[in-house]
Write a protein that binds this ligand. Sequence first.
Ligand code: AMP
Ligand code: MG
Length: 347
Amino acid sequence: MKTLLIKVDPENPSAEALAEAAEILKAGGTVVFPTETVYGLGGDATHSESAEKIYAAKGRPSDNPLIIHIARPEDAEAYAVTGKLYYRLARHFMPGPLTVILPKKDTIPLTVTGGLDSVAVRCPAHPVALKLLELTGLPVAAPSANISGKPSPTCAAHVIEDLDCRVDCIIDGGEADFGVESTIVKITGEDSLVLLRPGTVTYDALCCVCADVTVSDNVINKLKENERPICPGSKYRHYAPDKPLTLVGGSDEARIAFFAERQKEGAVIICYDEQAAKLMPDSVITIGAGDDLEAQGHRLFAALRECNSLEGKCVFANLPSTDGFGLALYNRLIRAAAHTVVYPDQI
Ligand code: AMP
Ligand code: MG
């Protein structure tokens, strides 16, 4: 398959530039587009065959459901059973990096929801994503545009690495703003929800809008044997570099000393800017200052991809705190590391 590459102005994309991509979506094809979180691999969400093309292009297991993207929060009415809490969340966080899981209507095929009777809905804030959705007039199913298991793509180069010749079109709209995927919540009652995947919309922000917010156990902890998660995606390995990754907790001094020792043995280190000065530069990848969680989110997936091009048999990175947006970084890294954590203070 030949992939059409379209470059657009991320701030102010013209309708002409996106017209061909919109036609491809309407005809049942696949189009990768930038969003404010990561790049998404889109197809018509009302069409089983489009969903099948998405699963095939990503190599994604078909029981791992897709998020549908809509141009306006109220567009959800046609595809899901909404309610007061949905509209309260929409008023505060949409358009933006929040996905809400709701009971599904028959307009969305079961192929899109991995056989579930619920559907995940998101209204993205990125000008390119919004304009594309407006032009198609369709709900667009779009998981992250990476090969299943790899880190999510935050720029067109990552997408091309994974999906060139596997999709009909890739829209290059520069770097994604946030760099980690949307926060996912499932509405469980009139004023209650479960946080299934942390993101830029934090636990504290959700608590300002909803009285009862529970964090799913799978956000931090490993799935128990034979456990069926509410969020099917959490049972699959994700975000991993090609080399095994270990997270390092404990005091600053102990972590630096540990990183320096592992470097001598040939490991790659993903660290904070201020830690890099104390390490050998060749095998270090920095992701921003230790207290700049936004910068870290923006760089994290690119850093996990960069590990693959450096020599070294294994990778070490700081174990993030779980406060605020840190919970999203913790959730992605703990899964990339398959829950392998060491505390050098305790060795
Ligand atoms: P991605 O599209 O790659 O960002 O991943 C989407 C995540 O949303 C996956 O982990 C899915 O399992 C999850 N998801 C999508 N739809 C649903 C749903 N109806 N119920 C629970 N989780 C969902
Ligand atoms: Mg994904």
